[in-house]
Design a protein. Structure first.
Length: 304
């Protein structure tokens, strides 16, 4: 999942309520698989290794369906890039979406209403709400649990966005960043700016305006990272590799290629582009010595 307008900071940690709306797009190149398998130990795993941070978030989600449900009843496997080798590509988002849908299947049954179910996914991670409904989605930041939910407002038929994803390592924890930004003197201005940008971003996507989407996403990225850098801990999330890739994106753009950078809470870089230029962008990044993955617009969490 790539967040196009990101959020940082929680006004309610238990319910994981953000201060403002956010918008994201699911990817097609990375997937998280949640399974029911009594023969193996339950919990959240990244390529077979348990993820304790994610396991700690399971309780509130399970309790929403059934207070007696236990972690050992479920298993989630992410079979993409090991968590230690990438930060800022939406692990928590996809894991929360997969887990929520699996819990609904096992404990409730029937056809799920993804919009309504997004309120439960939010208890794992606010961004999981958006991953669950898929496509281009907006998390509406309400006053409480009932009015804080995700809604899909567009998909690949509205905008055939293409991405090149460049995963990079980091030890930064998202939870630490959420707390850090609250100490920035610019946090209140960020809340107002991001809320307005969500409206602009939604219009740009529905208008199929890649340039406008790209510019808004770049602005949002730089604004988000400026908050962590101006908090009390002066947290630096971008790395030299991030800046090298951003420099290459700007070089490509100056030569006429459609390319725009985007980052979340981590050094990994998404490059937003078109079908026409995706291969060119991928080749440029690989010539720099980086791994990269191509993606289109992904759908919602699904049962199989």
């Amino acid at each position: 999942m790539q967040a196009l307008v990101k959020y940082h900071g929680m006004k309610d940690w238990k319910l994981r309520l953000p201060y403002h709306d956010s918008i994201s797009v699911n990817t097609t190149c990375m997937k998280t698989v949640a399974e029911l398998d009594d023969s193996r130990k339950g919990g959240v795993y990244i390529r077979g290794k348990p993820n304790e941070s994610a396991n700690a978030r399971l309780g509130p989600v399970l309790a929403r369906f059934d207070p007696g449900a236990e972690v050992r009843q479920f298993r989630i496997d992410s079979k993409n890039i090991p968590a230690g080798e990438a930060k800022g590509i939406g692990y928590s988002s996809s894991a929360g979406a997969a887990l929520t849908l699996l819990c609904h299947k096992k404990l409730i049954g029937g056809e799920p209403n993804l919009e309504s179910l997004s309120k439960t996914a939010r208890l794992f991670a606010a961004s999981a709400s958006r991953s669950l409904v898929g496509g281009f989605s907006r998390l509406h930041a309400g006053e409480g649990d009932a009015d804080t939910y995700a809604e899909k407002f567009a998909d690949e038929k509205d905008m055939d966005l293409r991405m090149v994803v460049v995963p990079l390592r980091s030890q930064v924890k998202t939870e630490d960043a959420h707390r850090e930004v609250l100490t920035s003197p610019f946090f209140e201005a960020r809340v107002r700016s991001a809320q307005r940008r969500c409206d602009d971003m939604e219009r740009a996507i529905l208008d199929n305006d890649l340039e406008r989407v790209g510019v808004l996403t770049e602005k949002d990225t730089l604004e988000l990272h400026s908050l962590t850098m101006t908090g009390e801990g002066r947290m630096l999330i971008m790395t030299e590799d991030s800046l090298r890739i951003i420099g290459k994106v700007r070089e490509l753009k100056e030569s006429g290629t459609e390319a725009y950078f985007s980052m979340q809470t981590g050094p990994s870089v998404f490059i937003n582009t078109s079908e026409k230029d995706q291969a060119k962008v991928l080749a440029a990044v690989k010539r720099m010595g980086y791994r990269a993955f191509t993606s289109g617009v992904g759908g919602p969490a699904t049962l199989f």
